[in-house]
Design a protein around this ligand. Structure first.
Ligand code: AMP
Ligand code: MG
Length: 474
């Protein structure tokens, strides 16, 4: 019996130069690591089906379900500022699209499914570590309310993948409202392929910006969504780590959980990625980099927009859109209900003091108004001074301490996927114990509430637990 999924593959109806059609490469021994039952339900898929032997065969790439149209998408991209005219799904395949019961269309992608024409020197595979990391972090982002690709399932392949050593192979089933990237537009723009650009704009508008009809409106929409997205990253201390133009979506969803990390102690120039030597993608640089990436989208769309000034005007709105989204995020984090002049300065003053005081980003915000917050600072009086100004501001809107505590708890997560916890879960998983993974995943699914028995997951890493570098995991 083959698995029946309600596919409707709109990307495969685009011209053939948008992709290469091919199937996944089978693996020796599929084993289920995780299935995301709530997401399956949201997509209108049957979890029991997905976890049956037939379902697991699909998730591992050993069988292609009826109605699927597997293909590798082609794109280009600026990697660390250097333009690469052809990238593409080198270790992933779009299996097809399903339309959820509420009418929303989703891509189902297998990541780690074998080589494609875009694999370059790579093996087309993924190992268990990055698959577990993407599963944990993308699902944590979703629970935090941040637009993101999702993880439907993770399976092991029974094969080894050679990285730093021989690692267990794995496949992630990634869900996204689409995998169209800034780099997808760059691919066709670099080839002066106006027909393809027009088809891609129409496709992207229909999927993500219904009601809009022009390339300029698409650009404006992406700029708006990315401004909000980056502000929401800043609000949870997320460092994407590899904000290349092929890793920026048109949908406004976070994509590519490679060398990403959440801040432990706060510093605006914090970088984790082992390959980001210049700190191009440091925490505090993310808004500027997003603007740079969006400029590449604007350039790609210029042949269709036709008017450089209009494209420039759209782009010039980004800093203000970002600033206003950032203000909203940080005002909420400070427990403020209203907007007043000086709020941004109040938030920035706290952040400056946190950087000086090596305060933990997540735990400081969560503890605002309690003695635990001042204990986060090397010099607690730095917090006391700030707290006096904050209290005065809270008084101005008549917020009671009970209200304030509830607001703080609703806007500041208790638990985020800390790198050292992810690494511990991966190490256990590689040794065959998925208990820590399951526990971490569960705690991250309700990030604003923390059960007493999970308090250890909120703790900053001890000196010997710190993971200073993260890797793309390719
Ligand atoms: P990323 O760093 O994940 O954004 O990937 C950049 C490019 O390298 C994309 O075109 C990927 O498809 C490709 N790539 C990454 N890892 C592999 C791999 N193991 N095999 C083949 N291609 C890969
Ligand atoms: Mg990528």
């Amino acid at each position: 019996m083959s698995l029946d999924l309600p596919f409707d593959n709109s990307y495969g109806r685009l011209p053939e130069r948008f992709y290469t059609r091919l199937g996944p490469t089978p693996v020796s021994k599929p084993g289920l690591v995780a299935i995301n039952a709530p997401l399956a339900e949201r997509l209108g898929l049957d979890t029991a089906n997905l976890t049956s032997p037939d379902g697991i065969a699909v998730l591992a790439g050993n069988s292609v379900p009826g109605g699927a149209d597997p293909l590798a998408q082609v794109y280009a991209g600026h990697q660390f500022g250097n333009f690469v005219p052809q990238l593409g799904d080198g270790r992933a395949l779009l299996l097809g699209e399903v339309v959820a019961p509420d009418g929303v269309r989703f891509d189902i992608q297998l990541k780690g499914s074998g080589p494609t024409p875009y694999s370059r020197m790579g093996d087309g595979r993924a190992w268990l570590g990055p698959v577990m990391r993407e599963y944990l972090v993308s699902e944590a982002m979703a629970a935090l309310g941040i637009p993101t690709t999702r993880a439907l399932a993770a399976v092991t392949t029974g094969e080894t993948v050679v990285r730093e050593g021989a690692m267990p192979g794995a496949v992630l089933t990634r869900i996204a409202t689409s995998h169209i990237r800034v780099g997808t537009f760059q691919f066709f723009a670099a080839r002066d392929d106006r027909d393809a650009l027009e088809a891609l704009v129409a496709h992207a508008l229909e999927r993500h910006y219904p009601g809009r009809t022009t390339a300029l409106e698409l650009l404006e929409g992406v700029i708006e969504r990315q401004a909000r997205l980056i502000a929401s990253w800043m609000g949870v201390g997320f460092v994407h780590g590899v904000m290349n133009t092929d890793n920026m979506t048109i949908s406004g969803e976070t994509i590519d959980y490679g060398p990403c990390a959440f801040l432990d102690s706060y510093h605006p120039m914090r970088v984790f990625s082992s390959i980001d030597h210049a700190g191009r993608y440091a925490y505090g640089r993310q808004p500027d980099v997003a603007m740079w990436d969006l400029a590449q989208l604007a350039i790609s769309l210029l042949p269709l927009i036709g008017n450089t000034e209009q494209a420039q005007t759209a782009l010039d709105r980004f800093p203000e859109l970002f600033r206003s989204a950032w203000s909203g995020v940080f005002r909420a984090k400070l427990g403020l209900a209203t907007a007043e002049d000086g709020d941004d300065e109040l938030a920035r003053d706290l952040l400056d003091r946190m950087a000086d005081g090596q305060a933990d980003f997540t735990n400081t915000f969560r503890a605002l108004g309690t003695p635990a917050a001042r204990d986060e600072f090397l010099d607690p009086t730095a917090y006391d001074d700030w707290e006096a100004a904050w209290n005065a501001r809270l008084l101005s809107e008549g917020v009671t301490s009970v209200d304030r505590a509830a607001r703080i708890a609703a806007a500041n997560p208790a638990v985020i996927p800390r790198t050292h916890r992810i690494e511990q879960a991966i190490q256990a998983g590689v040794a065959g114990d998925f208990g820590p993974f399951t526990r971490l995943h569960k705690a991250l699914s309700t990030p604003y509430e923390i059960a007493r028995e999970n308090l250890d997951l909120t703790r900053a890493p001890l000196a010997d637990e710190i993971v200073p570098r993260t890797f793309c995991g390719t």
